[in-house]
Ligand binder design. Structure first.
Ligand SMILES: Cc1ncc(CO)c(N)n1
Length: 215
């Protein structure tokens, strides 16, 4: 199965993400600081499980299937994304720990639970399908917003991280891995379902951030 086939299956979710007011606010540099702070706090809580999910799926693969790719990506969650969060925390005169003191939002909780459960209990192809939206939607948002960068130093940095070459390589690697995994016909419906839930959670994550959890 290819990523393009999965994307075609979830077009309405992607349209909602692309046109989301939070995403537009990042691009225009008009996002209120308290919304950015809330989002980064929730995302820091999300990443605390995302690296686990990548390590867990990586541990279920052979080196030939791409174990090293996912283990390496788990490491870059710390070296790239958490580093960006820590820098944004400093901008708000907060420590990285302070940033995560926001109450865990229900979308963050649901998304983490979905990813951990899928990585732990489903087939590897179904588990990789669940992480695909995490990768490609952030890259697509970054690339779209990079054509006109805002003045805001950390919104600019956020965009450049996800539009950058290193992130692009990671996305290409996980897509390659997914598209080369053997898939039994009976698994296809589960792949679509796990991918679909992640797309729904990605969209809801932006909703949650826009309302700072007040929904
Ligand atoms: C919710 C969410 N999805 C995807 C990414 C990109 O890894 C992220 N940092 N946060």
């Amino acid at each position: 199965m290819t990523l393009e086939e999965l994307k075609a299956y979830c077009v309405p979710e992607w349209e909602r993400i692309q046109t989301h007011p939070f995403v537009a606010g990042i691009g225009q540099g008009t996002l209120p600081d308290e919304k950015l702070r809330y989002f980064i706090g929730q995302d820091a809580l999300y990443l605390r499980d995302f690296y686990r999910v990548l390590s867990l799926i990586g541990g279920r693969l052979t080196p030939q299937e791409g174990a090293k790719t996912l283990i390496h990506h788990a490491e870059t969650v710390f070296s790239v994304e958490s580093t960006l969060h820590d820098a944004i925390a400093r901008y708000f005169q907060m420590t990285p720990d302070d940033l995560q003191k926001v109450p865990l939002g229900w979308v963050t909780k649901g998304y983490r639970d979905h990813l951990v459960r899928t990585a732990y209990t489903e087939s590897v192809a179904v588990a990789v399908a669940a992480v695909l939206p995490c990768y490609w939607t952030y890259q697509a948002i970054g690339q779209k917003l990079a054509s006109s960068l805002p003045e805001h130093p950390w919104l600019r940095e956020w965009i450049l991280t996800y539009a950058g070459e290193a992130y692009g390589t990671a996305v290409a690697e996980v897509v390659h891995l997914f598209e080369h995994l053997p898939v039994a016909p009976a698994e296809e419906a589960q792949i679509r379902e796990s991918y679909h839930w992640s797309m729904v959670y990605e969209r809801r994550f932006w909703d949650q951030a826009w309302s700072s959890g007040q929904h």
